[in-house]
Each structure stands twice: as structure tokens, then as C-alpha cells.
Design a protein around this ligand. Structure first.
Ligand code: UDX
Length: 442
């Protein structure tokens, strides 16, 4: 009988995707997969017919009752522990086939459940290693008064966190600082004894991986990018609009800039207008994802200036949600304006697409710094406010100028390194084999 791995994702798109990709990889290596998920942002089982799904009563209703998404994460950790424990205890008694529980590091309640059931648990970290090294430095930065961040020092380097500046520190905007630090404390307070799976790879973060391994002394499995090792699938919570692929088919190679800011970032109507005119004035074709509800005060794009569509015509295609991996792999896409979520970053790098970086929150700031200053495959929009002139200039720098061509070249070189990591004998491939052996040994 195949051994069962129980997955516990954090209920946001950027966390669900890598967890279900990991599930697909482990399933292809012979494990049965159960996804124990909150009812809030529940994944669609029909997209994953090989998995079984276990909804956990979460008391989160539609997420409306919480001051912020961070408070929702805190509540999920409190509310879900006993229902998951009861469900899994019953299953384990009936079948006795649970090999281990793999949980998102933010869903730390699942580790308590695993301890109760006496089954091993493994953490999945869906952001990069450099971010957790920065988190680790927060107590001392707080003590020295560097956090909350202060205007005058934002561009100064953070001691011992090269290449980060204070403005690059991974502080979340998705709630108050108190809720953010509470989650970090809960995540890191235990003595780390469980192994960690990272959605990252040697060729991007070798020195950070070595440093963090020395700090934690637990087994590490850097097996990214997960989407490259997993069979193709989608775990989108929103419906993907494939009209953008037909639209891309009409464009010449590397001519289109793709614009998307992930599943959580929001903007004001003023930002929407600046972005719209910046893109329009760049004279480049663009595919733009505007997620429903992401413009404050409107359902979708009702607040776009009236003359905008007439001005851009066929040069622009706007959708509510795109099949992003397919878009980034399309020959017509030559650049990606991204909020630099870690999944988007990995997806872009894996296809050799250079980026314009405009981080919104948390780890995206760290990713931006690495994309622009370490891997040098993107440029950062630095100003606090979104301004059409700066946007127009950035798009032309990336899509038209020699500087953009050099970034594209480096992005292609980085893509080749990623391909080596995931191919037979590469570091991610080896780490995956070790992970499979490790789980099989339970
Ligand atoms: C957040 C954080 O930003 C990220 O850094 C963290 O590691 C996980 O949580 P999110 O803001 O949603 O995630 O960004 P990102 O990590 O880029 O994940 C978004 C996912 O949605 C990507 O896998 C992307 O392919 C997908 N997506 C996005 C689509 O499929 N279609 C779209 O139109 C936009």
C-alpha cells in the first residue's frame, strides 16, 4: 500500500501553488496525497483528481471578519488544530498509512498535530532563504530601533545582511506589525527540529543556504523551482483567461511586456491611471492582469480613464487572471513587470524573462534586491509613488534599450543554470531524491 503524505497549505495562492506542486511531485514518486485545507480559499479538487482533499472546519467564513490577512493566519492556526487532529487521528486509526505531514511553515499548528499523532512533520518554506535570514535578524534590529523603518536610513545597508538596504527588509504590509511579529515568533520560537523543504536552488542562493543550514542544523531539501519538477497543472483559485495566449500568438518574439502583481497586492485608482498611461506611452504591446478587487473602491477596471482603451487599441490586452506559467513561457513575452512574489520570480527566471520590479510587501522586497543587484536580471522602480513618466522609461529600458537586452542575456544564462539544477544529477534533483528516500524511511 502506498504511504500517505498529508499536505497542509497556507490558504493563499502564492502558498497553495508550491504546496500542490510538491504534492504532484511526491505523487509521481509513488506516495498517496491528502491535502488538508481550510475552507477559506479552498483549492479545487477537480484540478487534482489524484489527490484526496480534507476540508478543515476553520471558523474563517469568507475572511471578512479579520483586521488583516495576518490576523487570519493567526486565527487559522488557533482554529484548525483540534479539527485536524481529530480528523487525522480517526484516519490513522482506520488505515495507519500516514508517513508524514508536510505543512507550510506559517501553518505551525500542523506540527503540533503531527506530534500528537506521533508522525514526523516537515516544513515547506515558499519564500527564499535570504528572507528567513533577514527575519532572524529582526529581534536585534528592533532592539536597535531600526524597525519600524525610518525615512532617513532607508537606503543605508543593513549591517550583516548584505546586499539588503533597510528598505529591502521583508516587513509585511498585509497587517499591523504586531500580528506580523506574532507570526514570526510562533514560526521560529520552537527549537527547529523538523526538516525544511525550500522552493529554491543552489544556483540562486548557495551562500544563504549554507548560512541558514549552519544556523538550524536540520535536514534541508532545496528542491526548487517546484513548478519545473512537477507535472504541469494549475491550482489557480481564479479562472485563468486563456484569451491572452491567442492574443500573444499574434505578436512577434520578445515584443510584449507582461504585467501582473500576484494574488494579494492592491492599488488606488490614481495608481491605476499612472500605470495605464505609463504603459500606453511606452509604445510597447502589453498584457496586463488586473485582479478583480485589486483596485480599491472598484470591482475591476471601471476606473480606467475613458480615453485609455481608444489610445492603446489592440496593443493592450487586459485580463482578470492569466495562465501565468504559460504566458511567461510564450515566445512573444520579452519582459515581466512583477511585484516579485517568490513564485513569480522563479517562474520568470525559469523562462529567462527579465523583470521590472515593484515590490508590494514582505519577501518581495528581498527578491527585488536580488533580481536587480545580485542576479542582475531586472531593474527596480525606486520611487515611492507610481509615476507614468518613470514607468514609461522603465518599460523602454527593459524592452527597447541595450541595457534591457543585456538583462535578457543574463536571464537566459540564469535559466540555463536553473535547468541544470533540475535535470538529472543537478542539485534540486539530488535533493528531491534525498527527500523521497527520507520520507520512505519513516
Ligand atoms: C505571496 C508572496 O508575494 C510570495 O512572495 C510568497 O512567497 C507567497 O505569497 P503572491 O503575492 O500571490 O504570493 O505572489 P507569487 O508568489 O508570485 O504567487 C502568485 C502565483 O499566482 C504565481 O504562481 C503565479 O503564477 C500565479 N498567477 C498570478 C497566475 O497563475 N495568474 C495570474 O494572473 C497571476
Amino acid at each position: 500500500m502506498p504511504r500517505r503524505v498529508v499536505l497542509v497549505p497556507c490558504p493563499f495562492q502564492g502558498h497553495i501553488n508550491p504546496m500542490l506542486q510538491l504534492g504532484a511531485i511526491l505523487h509521481s514518486r509513488g506516495f498517496s496525497i491528502t491535502v488538508a485545507h481550510t475552507q477559506y480559499n479552498s483549492p479545487d479538487p477537480s484540478n487534482h483528481p489524484d489527490f484526496s482533499f480534507l476540508p478543515i472546519p476553520d471558523g474563517l467564513s469568507d475572511g471578512q471578519n479579520f483586521a488583516s490577512l495576518l490576523n487570519l493566519v493567526l486565527a487559522a492556526n488557533v482554529n484548525c488544530e483540534s479539527p485536524l487532529r481529530e480528523c487525522l487521528a480517526e484516519k490513522q486509526e482506520q488505515h495507519g498509512d500516514i508517513a508524514c505531514i508536510i505543512h507550510d511553515i506559517t501553518m505551525y499548528f500542523a506540527e503540533a498535530v503531527a506530534n500528537h499523532l506521533k508522525v514526523p512533520s516537515i516544513n515547506l518554506v515558499t519564500s527564499n532563504v535570504s528572507t528567513t535570514i533577514a527575519h532572524n535578524a529582526f529581534p536585534s534590529l528592533l532592539e536597535k530601533g531600526h524597525i519600524p523603518l525610518q525615512g532617513s536610513t532607508l537606503h543605508d545597508p543593513v549591517p550583516e545582511l548584505h546586499p539588503l538596504r533597510f528598505k529591502d527588509l521583508p516587513i509585511s504590509r498585509l497587517g499591523d506589525l504586531e500580528a506580523f511579529f506574532q507570526i514570526l515568533v510562533n514560526m521560529y520560537k520552537k527549537k527547529f527540529s523538523s526538516p525544511i523543504i525550500w522552493n529554491t536552488m543552489d544556483c540562486l542562493e548557495q551562500s544563504s543556504l549554507t548560512q541558514r543550514q549552519q544556523q538550524l542544523q536540520v535536514p534541508f531539501f532545496p528542491i526548487g523551482p517546484l513548478h519545473k519538477l512537477a507535472p504541469p497543472s494549475s491550482s489557480s483559485l481564479l479562472e485563468e483567461d486563456s484569451s491572452c495566449i491567442t492574443w500573444l500568438d499574434k505578436h512577434s518574439p520578445k515584443s510584449v511586456i507582461y504585467v501582473s502583481w500576484g494574488s494579494l497586492a492592491c492599488m488606488d485608482a490614481k495608481d491605476l491611471a499612472e500605470v495605464a498611461w505609463g504603459l500606453a506611452n511606452s509604445n510597447q504591446p502589453f498584457l496586463w492582469v488586473v485582479r478583480p478587487g485589486s483596485v480599491r473602491g472598484s470591482q475591476w477596471i471601471e476606473q480606467l480613464p475613458e480615453t485609455f482603451m481608444d489610445t492603446v487599441g489592440e496593443r493592450c490586452h487586459i485580463v482578470k487572471w492569466a495562465p501565468q506559467k504559460e504566458v511567461l513561457g510564450h515566445r512573444a513575452v520579452g519582459g515581466f513587470w512583477s511585484h516579485c512574489g517568490w513564485n513569480s520570480t522563479l517562474e520568470s527566471i525559469s523562462e529567462g524573462v527579465p523583470m521590472i520590479c515593484r515590490p508590494y510587501s514582505g519577501d518581495q522586497r528581498v527578491n527585488t534586491r536580488y533580481i536587480s543587484h545580485v542576479w542582475k536580471v531586472g531593474l527596480e522602480l525606486e520611487s515611492d509613488e507610481l509615476e507614468r513618466v518613470e514607468i514609461e522609461r522603465a518599460v523602454r529600458r527593459l524592452m527597447v534599450d541595450g541595457e534591457g537586452e543585456e538583462m535578457r542575456q543574463r536571464a537566459m544564462e540564469l535559466k540555463e543554470k536553473v535547468d541544470i539544477c533540475t535535470s538529472e544529477g543537478g542539485s534540486s534533483n539530488r535533493a528531491l531524491k534525498e527527500l523521497v528516500e527520507y520520507i520512505s524511511s519513516f
